[in-house]
Design a binder for this molecule. Structure first.
Ligand SMILES: *[C@@H]1O[C@H](CO)[C@@H](O)[C@H](O)[C@H]1NC(C)=O
Ligand SMILES: *[C@@H]1O[C@H](CO)[C@@H](O)[C@H](O)[C@H]1NC(C)=O
Ligand SMILES: *[C@@H]1O[C@H](CO)[C@@H](O)[C@H](O)[C@H]1NC(C)=O
Ligand SMILES: *[C@@H]1O[C@H](CO)[C@@H](O)[C@H](O)[C@H]1NC(C)=O
Length: 199
C-alpha cells in the first residue's frame, strides 16, 4: 500500500504555470511556486470583457490542465445605426460606451424666384409650401407648379415655374392680323378712300 502511494507520488508531475490571459485576473492559492496535482485556478475578466472558455482550471496528475486557458473578449455592441434625419455622435461601441443622437431639421433651401414671377412663403423646412405667381402681364406655363412643398428627402416637389411674357403671343397675333390685312384686296378700299377724299 505504502509502495503504491510512493509510486503514485513519483509518477505525479507538476503542471506548468497556465498563465494569465490578456484583460483577465487569476485567483489561485499558488501564485508563486509549483502548480501541483489538484491545484485549482480561477479566471475572471476585466469589466467590458466576457470570458470565452472555462473560468476554472484543475491541474491533473499527468501535469496537464483539464481545460484550455480561457480568453477575455471585448464586449462590442457594434455600430448602433443612424435613423433618417439624425446625427450620431460617439465612435466607441464597446462596453460602457455612450452614443448620442441629434435630430436634424430638413431644410430644402431657397427654391428661387422665377424671372417675372413672385414667390410667397419663406419657410423652407419640411412640410412647408411656397406659392408662385407671375407678374402682371405674364402667364405661368401650364406644366409649372404654382405650389411646391418641401419634401422629407430635402427637395422641393415639382419644379420652378416659368412665367411667359404675353408679348410673344402679341407678336403672333400681330402677324396674323398683318396676314389677314394683306389678303384683303386693296382696290375697293382705295375706292372708298378715294370717294371720301373727293367728297
Ligand atoms: C517545485 O518542484 C520542484 C521539483 O519539480 C522542486 O525542486 C521545487 O523545490 C518545488 N518548488 C516549490 C516552491 O515547492
Ligand atoms: C401645402 O399644399 C398642399 C397642397 O398642395 C396642402 O395640402 C397642404 O396643406 C399645404 N401645407 C401647408 C403647410 O400649407
Ligand atoms: C414646361 O414646358 C416648357 C415648354 O412649353 C419646357 O420648356 C419646360 O422644360 C417644361 N418644364 C417642365 C418642368 O416640364
Ligand atoms: C424625393 O421624394 C419624392 C417623393 O416624395 C420623389 O419623387 C423624389 O424622387 C425624391 N428625390 C430624391 C432625390 O430622392
Amino acid at each position: 500500500m505504502r509502495l503504491i502511494f510512493v509510486l503514485f507520488l513519483f509518477l505525479v508531475v507538476n503542471c506548468s504555470d497556465p498563465g494569465i490571459p490578456a484583460n483577465s485576473i487569476r485567483e489561485s492559492k499558488i501564485e508563486h511556486g509549483n502548480f501541483t496535482y489538484g491545484t485549482v485556478v480561477f479566471y475572471d475578466c476585466n469589466p467590458g470583457y466576457f470570458l470565452f472558455g472555462s473560468s476554472v482550471l484543475v491541474c491533473q496528475p499527468n501535469g496537464h490542465w483539464d481545460k484550455p486557458l480561457p480568453e477575455c473578449i471585448m464586449i462590442d455592441c457594434g455600430h448602433p445605426g443612424v435613423p433618417p434625419n439624425a446625427v450620431l455622435s460617439g465612435d466607441k461601441y464597446t462596453f460602457g460606451s455612450t452614443v448620442h443622437y441629434t435630430c436634424t431639421v430638413i431644410n430644402c433651401g431657397d427654391p428661387g424666384v422665377p424671372a417675372n414671377g413672385m414667390r410667397y412663403g419663406d419657410d423652407y423646412v419640411v412640410g412647408q409650401n411656397v406659392t408662385y405667381m407671375c407678374q402682371p402681364g405674364y402667364t405661368m406655363e401650364s406644366n409649372s407648379s404654382s405650389i411646391r412643398t418641401c419634401t422629407s428627402n430635402g427637395t422641393w416637389s415639382g419644379s420652378i415655374p416659368t412665367c411667359r411674357g404675353q408679348d410673344a403671343i402679341t407678336k403672333d397675333k400681330l402677324y396674323i392680323i398683318v396676314l389677314v390685312f394683306t389678303k384683303i384686296p386693296l382696290k375697293p378700299m382705295m375706292g372708298v378712300f378715294g370717294k371720301s377724299l373727293h367728297a
